[in-house]
Design a protein around this ligand. Structure first.
Ligand code: 5AD
Ligand code: SF4
Length: 475
């Protein structure tokens, strides 16, 4: 990569949706840096604006079109000032809708999918060469035969103390509600050696925590350096050996791919954090079947039992869909029962959103918005109560927290504990990027707060710190 090109142009990437998109956005910036584009956190004044989009639910897609309306005004203003502002739509809406986007929003100069952003400089050159007449945008939404990871430059900047690393993409499972198999294509795993190399570079740049990403990350089956096929458990064991990597997480996983070795790794690899996002979607066998999930509610319960046997302090998170076509009161009650039995530290829940082209969208038995909203509210009440109880139970404990950023209050840092909870504490700036023991005083609905307890010559000793708040619950 050339290091001599001055960063004279501005690139603004706005990211929607999942962590995979967050990772892809960072890599798009890496691709454009050698061509003189510096990242900017504002669209105003940018030479290139990329919306990295999400197509998973209708709402996510609609947000893109309203943002394009705002960008149109900025682009016209730029043109009046004699500047050219290129607008690109990337990610899953781009993949799914392709040219339709340019027809609906002629302000868009470029449309490209998640598999082609390594060709971004070439697309920009083509777009700059065109007049951007109505419908004349540059569209590239193929699934190219080449592996984009082989064509991406090395990550340019440190991602900070907690980094993402994409190891797997795509999905072959075809849940009947989901667009991912269509927008992200077939399952693909990066070779283990390439993943290990990237992890080493991230660690050298200051990452202590690595989150392995994939639409079906535990379906990972990459070529190992020993010529064998490596599963995710094997990969995690190898990554845990890298100097400097103290924490490993992975997301998002599927119950069907939770194999013996991965479950065992939860008990055997101390760096593998005791928190797992394992979506179940529904607690009803009938609905799981029509969703084509390939497992029953009891299969899921058994997997959770085995994981907890391997790692007793494991906390769980999940995704749920309510109001799937044909979901009866009884099916929904089964979901509530599963939630009560498993107990979640945190979870995401959604109203079913019919996505064009997916099998469930054409089923006649669609539920009303009112039914979906009522069920979502009931489920979220239960999940919120579980989350609050989980957070409250942390009060009185001491947790290693990886400080990732400054807090809103001066002198405050924010990081995450082992169970993914956000933890706020007063701490000196130099602890940013370090793992620090924190005595948790309070567990709230969405985060924890506490005090530094690490014994360190430069820090006030715990006894000289202010007393804990009255609400503190002792261990
Ligand atoms: N409607 C509602 N939620 C959906 N998800 C995926 N597709 C849909 C849809 N059509 C949810 C699932 C998945 C999460 C990423 O988004 O719960 O796990
Ligand atoms: Fe979508 Fe199902 Fe694949 Fe997850 S496993 S990406 S929900 S099709």
């Amino acid at each position: 990569m050339s290091k001599t090109v001055p960063l004279s142009k501005k690139l603004h990437v706005k990211t929607y949706g999942c962590q995979m998109n967050v990772y892809d956005s960072a890599r798009m910036a890496d691709v454009m840096a050698p061509h003189g584009y510096a990242s900017s956190d504002q669209a105003d004044g940018a030479d290139l604006v990329i919306l990295n989009t999400c197509h998973i639910r209708e709402k996510a897609t609609e947000k893109v079109y309203s943002e394009l309306g705002r960008l149109r005004v900025m682009k016209e203003e730029a043109a009046r000032e004699g500047r050219r502002m290129l607008i690109a739509v990337a990610g899953c809406v781009a993949q799914a809708e392709g040219e339709e986007i340019v027809r609906r929003a002629p302000v868009v100069d470029m449309v490209f999918g998640p598999q082609t952003y390594h060709r971004l400089p070439e697309l920009v050159t083509r777009a700059l060469g065109s007049e951007n007449r109505r419908g004349a945008g540059v569209v590239d939404t193929e699934f190219p035969a080449e592996d984009k990871f082989d064509h991406l430059p090395e990550e340019s900047a440190s991602q900070g103390p907690a980094a993402f690393l994409s190891v797997q993409e795509g999905c072959d499972k075809f849940c009947t509600f989901c667009v991912v198999p269509y927008t992200r294509g077939a399952e693909f795993s990066r070779p283990a050696a390439a993943v290990i190399e990237e992890a080493r570079r991230l660690a050298a740049a200051g990452a202590l925590e690595i989150t392995l990403l994939g639409q079906n990350v535990n379906a990972y089956h990459g070529a190992g350096p020993d010529g064998r096929d490596w599963g995710l458990g094997r990969l995690i064991r190898a990554l845990a050996e890298i100097d400097g990597i103290a924490r490993i997480r992975y997301t998002t996983s599927h119950p069907r791919d939770m194999d013996d070795d991965l479950i065992a790794a939860h008990g055997e690899v101390p760096a593998l954090m005791p928190y797992l996002h394992l979506p179940v979607q529904s607690g009803s066998d009938r609905i799981l079947d029509t969703m084509n999930r390939g497992h029953t509610a009891d299969d899921y319960r058994r997997i959770v039992d085995r994981l907890r046997a391997a790692r007793p302090d494991l906390a769980l998170s999940s995704d749920f869909i309510v109001g799937f076509p044909g979901e009866s009161d009884r099916d929904f009650a089964d979901t509530l029962r599963l939630v009560r039995e498993v107990g979640y530290a945190q979870a995401y829940s959604f109203k079913y959103s019919a996505r064009p082209g997916t099998p469930a969208a054409s089923v006649a038995d669609q539920l009303s918005e009112v039914q979906k909203s009522d069920r979502l509210e009931a489920l979220q009440q239960l999940l919120n109560a579980q989350q609050r109880a989980f957070n409250e139970a942390a009060a009185g404990s001491v947790q290693p927290v990886l400080f990732e950023r400054r807090g809103n209050r001066p002198g405050q840092l924010v990081g995450r504990g082992p169970w993914m909870q956000s933890v706020h504490a007063d701490a000196p700036e130099r602890l940013l990027g370090s793992l620090v023991d924190i005595a948790i005083d309070l567990g709230g609905a969405n985060s924890l707060s506490g005090r530094v307890v690490t014994v360190d010559a430069d820090l006030p000793s715990p006894s000289s710190l202010p007393p804990p708040p009255a609400e503190r619950v002792s261990a």
